[in-house]
Design a protein around this ligand. Structure first.
Ligand code: PMP
Length: 414
């Protein structure tokens, strides 16, 4: 029988379906870039399981290490362990700003802990945010879609607007931290450096949320590549290739604040994800995986742009090859293109980011480009133009981005 929905217990005690009708086929197995649905149909994953598994799904050395650890250790969630200590040591080695580390299971827990640490260290309350940091209440002020109308009174989102950041920091006068997610669409490096400068000028700490970029932008993370000196970073995707593990890392003096609070949860120290993480970091060491992802991403982007050129369709593959977007001048055409791709076994939606894994093969890339050529709507608006308007529209639809920032981004990559 086809399974189409996960279930949970609703407040009134009845089981209720979590997956909404129309949210796509239910998948039940994955290996490398391949994903099988409940009808046995094979799809190709071009998003590395939402970025979580850059080495590909079920990467054997990682799974083997995790399974061996389960058999070896049983479960011992309460204490620290040599694996956890070694995981921390590796993070300190890889990330220049990391002097101390604490681990969690999810990205949302890591960003929430980072904000708590910043508040304790500075004694200030205000946190200014840019980009997605997870689903916890403090992160929700620009997320009415998540169903909470109330705002966190001490948190405000400046989007990608540096003047707004400056004004908010000045008006509130008690800045604990600015937390910012490197965003592929609207994020030139100088923007990040300005964020850092403004945060420091107002006495705030700088947190770079590297949940997505930590192991995907460059070895050592986005902040190292962009020349930032954050007080704290958060990590998760790519740390344990799909096993649930996250971390907050940074300046030892700021991390010391952890001793004055409680940052724990029951399963935080269970050793399986640490075994997975060490095997993942062995396989990714020195940036081998990032380089493979970059090479695959460049080929996908070049291939797509070539197809758009040939068909005179106003669409562009843009941004970092390891996490890029496809922008259509006509969003309806974009949605049609992605619907046709889904039919061909590439489960992506318009606006969803391509995040190729290191497991992507030549055949995967060739097969995808064939499918893309077939999916391409011919006789679109004609000519490709410079795409600025499309970029602004796209960013408006998908991110809280200012026009000026998007234009700068688009021009700098043209
Ligand atoms: N920060 C960023 C930048 C993210 O991309 C995400 C998840 N996509 C999170 C935080 C939250 O992580 P999680 O879903 O594991 O709680």
């Amino acid at each position: 029988m086809a399974r189409t929905a996960a279930t949970s217990i609703a407040p009134d005690g009845r089981a209720s379906a979590l997956a909404l009708p129309g949210s796509g086929p239910a998948f039940e197995r994955a290996s490398g870039t391949r994903v099988w649905d409940t009808q046995g149909r094979c799809h190709v994953d071009l998003s590395s399981c939402s970025g979580a598994a850059p080495l590909g799904a079920g990467y054997r050395p990682v799974v083997d290490a995790a399974v061996a650890e389960m058999h070896r250790a049983g479960i011992l969630p309460e204490a620290t362990s040599p694996l956890r200590e070694e995981g921390a040591r590796r993070i300190v080695e890889i990330f220049p700003c990391a002097q101390a580390v604490e681990f969690f299971r999810t990205g949302s827990c890591a960003t929430t802990a980072a904000v708590r640490l910043a508040r304790l260290h500075t004694g200030a309350r205000t946190v200014l945010t840019s980009g997605y940091h997870g689903w916890h209440d403090w992160q929700l002020q620009y997320r009415p879609a998540m169903g909470l109308a109330d705002r966190d009174p001490d948190t405000a989102d400046f989007g990608y607007d540096l003047d707004l950041l400056e004004r908010l920091a000045r008006r509130r006068g008690d800045l604990a931290a600015v937390i910012v997610t490197p965003e592929v669409n609207v994020f030139p490096d100088e923007f990040a450096r300005e964020v850092e400068r403004i945060a420091r000028a107002h006495g705030g700490l700088v947190i770079v949320d590297e949940v997505m970029t930590g192991f995907r932008y460059a070895w050592g993370g986005y902040h190292a590549a962009a020349g930032l000196n954050p007080d704290l970073i958060t990590l998760s995707k790519g740390l344990a290739n799909g096993f649930a593990l996250s971390a907050v890392a940074g300046d030892a003096a700021v991390m010391e604040a952890a001793r004055r609070t409680h940052l724990g949860n029951t399963y935080q120290r269970e050793t399986t994800p640490f075994a997975a993480a060490l095997a993942t970091l062995d396989a990714s060491a020195g940036g081998a995986a990032v380089e493979a992802m970059r090479a695959a991403g460049e080929r996908l982007m070049r291939g797509l742009d070539g197809l758009f050129d040939e068909a005179s369709v106003a669409a562009w593959a843009r941004s970092w090859p390891t996490m890029f977007d496809v922008v259509f001048a006509d969003p309806d055409l974009g949605r049609q293109f992605f619907a046709a791709l889904r039919e061909s076994g590439y489960p992506m939606a318009y606006g969803q980011r391509f995040m190729p894994s290191a497991a992507l093969t030549d055949d995967d890339i060739a097969g995808f480009l064939d499918a893309a050529a077939r999916a391409l709507p011919h006789g679109g608006p004609g000519g490709r133009g410079d795409g600025t308007e499309a970029a602004v529209g796209y960013a408006g639809e998908h991110f809280a981005a200012t026009r000026e920032t998007v234009e700068r981004w688009w021009r700098s990559g043209a």
